[in-house]
Design a protein around this ligand. Structure first.
Ligand SMILES: [Mg+2]
Length: 250
């Protein structure tokens, strides 16, 4: 017996567009503010370098320490965070994502489940014109921090909205620390997209319940034309070598 996949659901950041592009766009917005309000030049370049060096969570402090010595305080940092989170981002869908969404529109139920600050994620949605490309976007922050992935709730929202069973759904995401656990518990097919440039490409699932059932490195490698998954042809376990891919047949 074959289970037809009726509902294709994506993560957003680093699945449908490169998350690094949002980071760069945010640094540019903050750079403008820092230049205009603090009279300091060079923020963007320093922030980009800090990001490339792997600094996370303290980039604004690190860069201002370098550029401004004692000329800032926590209120300055808070304002910069606000600018970063609320700016309207210059981002674009990845080429394969654009193509897949166009091909599947009207043929499958299409949804996104995305974590992150609500206004930030909504701005990304507007910048990518998701309203016209996707049937349903579940912003998990709208249900409280406790319902961000790996909570099951956002996946249940999708099933309720489309009146479908878990066995009809597939979730495609990039981050095994949170993307697949809730979906696995509800019987969804889970697919990890490990793009060569993605920020979480080196992270592995912390335990088997967090692991995806399939792994790919491009959306173009999925056999979308035969979008079904047969229990008789259970895909092999995720490949772990970088650069490899498993062809999805569901
Ligand atoms: Mg992601």
């Amino acid at each position: 017996m074959k289970t037809i996949t009726t509902t294709v659901v994506f993560d957003l950041d680093d699945t449908l567009y490169p998350e690094k592009d949002f980071v760069i766009s945010g640094f540019m917005a903050v750079d403008e503010w820092v230049c205009a309000h603090l009279g300091i030049k060079g923020f963007f370049q320093q922030a980009q370098e800090a990001f490339e060096q792997g600094i996370r969570g303290t980039i604004f402090n690190t860069v201002l320490d370098k550029l401004a010595a004692n000329r800032y305080n926590q209120l300055t940092i808070n304002e910069m965070i606000k600018i970063y989170r609320n700016h309207f981002p210059k981002i674009q869908l990845a080429t394969d994502a654009e193509e897949i969404l166009k091909n599947l529109k009207g043929k499958k139920n299409l949804a996104i489940i995305t974590d992150g600050d609500l206004s930030t994620q909504k701005n990304k949605g507007k910048a990518l014109d998701l309203e016209n490309k996707i049937d349903l976007v579940v912003y998990t922050d709208a249900y409280g921090r406790e319902n961000w992935k790996p909570s099951k709730l956002p996946y249940e929202k999708v099933m309720d909205h489309f009146h479908v069973k878990g066995s009809e759904c597939v979730y495609i995401g990039d981050n095994p620390s949170k993307d697949f656990k809730g979906a696995n518990e509800l019987g969804w097919l889970t697919v990890r997209l490990r793009r060569p440039q993605s920020l979480h490409r080196l992270i592995e699932a912390p335990s088997p319940e967090f692991a995806p059932k399939l792994e790919i490195n491009s959306l173009s490698l999925v056999d979308w034309g035969n979008c079904f998954w047969s229990p008789k042809s259970v895909p092999p376990p995720p490949l772990r070598k970088r650069g490899n891919c498993a062809k999805g047949n569901f």
